[in-house]
Design a protein. Structure first.
Length: 91
């Protein structure tokens, strides 16, 4: 079975959450697969956790000099009122 993985580099909308060590990244419904966020490379910031804000589900991620790579499953369930997803990044 041949499995194709989607890898995309993003320049997402990011907001400082107001908490000292947290950013929120807003993804739309079509952003899934391997997402690379260049502005969060490990020479800028050291990420500790990455999770889906609405459910608290931990997402797989890896950080290096190229950026933060987050695995967002296509099958993530969002509430009916949600127009996108918020990924919470703590550092």
């Amino acid at each position: 079975m041949n499995r194709i993985t989607k890898i995309r580099t993003l320049e997402p909308i990011m907001f400082y959450s107001g908490k000292q060590d947290e950013l929120q990244i807003f993804l739309n419904e079509t952003e899934y697969g391997e997402l690379i966020i260049k502005s969060l490379s490990n020479d800028q910031i050291q990420v500790k956790t990455v999770l889906l804000d609405e459910t608290g589900e931990k997402l797989n991620w890896k950080q290096d000099y190229k950026g933060l790579r987050v695995s967002v499953p296509e099958t993530l369930v969002t509430s009916k009122k949600a127009t996108g997803r918020v990924v919470k990044v703590t550092f």
